[in-house]
Design a protein around this ligand. Structure first.
Ligand code: HEC
Length: 179
């Protein structure tokens, strides 16, 4: 991997008949980890001409230029992607790993575990399967139960009434994320 990259740069420099160290575009850091919804900055240097950014996979991270030498990398979906910054002569790669924002997913699962005894672990069985339903459908059902409209003395009313609106949204979004 490292060897291949060096080889490529050397070739680029021979083709351009220029000194490598001064004219090969660089990107710092060469690898980074970012959570979904958060951003990190990559600095590029030694640019000849204009820079184009290529992505090995779409939908994982978005890239936007903040000024001539800085790019903002924002995580969109968990996964990994290689970004390539190419100028007229050379290119530099940045390995980006996007992780799920930890607090949101942990909190959702912890709250949702109150439902596992009847709806199965992760909502995959029991009375009513919850896993994979849309968040808005689950949330809507829960609000109905919580309001007492559905069956004020039923099992689900008692459960839904015990959570705040934010917690119900978090629970619904957790179950909807399970496949
Ligand atoms: C003690 C058992 C029990 C627990 C715990 C429980 N449920 Fe239920 N749930 C049921 C039963 C039984 C039904 C179906 C009967 C009804 O509608 O009241 C149901 C129905 C539902 C429905 C409606 C499904 C549909 O398709 O109509 C949703 C949504 C739901 N539960 C979500 C939850 C969530 C989220 C939790 C955790 C906060 C939870 N339940 C905890 C027993 C339980």
């Amino acid at each position: 991997m490292e060897f291949k990259k060096m080889g490529k740069m050397t070739l680029g420099c021979i083709a351009a008949a220029l000194s490598c160290s001064a004219f090969a575009v660089t990107a710092t850091p060469g690898s980074l980890t970012v959570a979904t919804g958060s951003a990190q900055t990559v600095q590029i240097a030694n640019v000849s001409g204009s820079v184009s950014v290529f992505s090995s996979k779409s939908g994982i991270a978005t890239v936007s230029m903040t000024d001539a030498t800085h790019y903002r990398i924002t995580g969109t979906k968990a996964g990994s992607v290689v970004l390539e910054f190419k100028d007229s002569k050379t290119s530099a790669k940045v390995n980006v790993t996007v992780t799920t924002a930890p607090s949101a997913s942990l909190n959702g699962r912890l709250l949702a575990s109150n439902c596992f005894q009847c709806h199965g672990t992760n909502g995959t069985g029991g009375f009513e399967r919850l896993a994979g339903k849309s968040a808005s459908e689950i949330y809507g059902d829960l609000k109905e139960f919580a309001s007492g409209q559905e069956d004020a003395n039923g099992i689900m009313a008692a459960h839904a009434m015990g959570f705040s609106d934010d917690q119900l949204r978090s629970i619904a979004s957790y179950f909807s994320s399970i496949r």
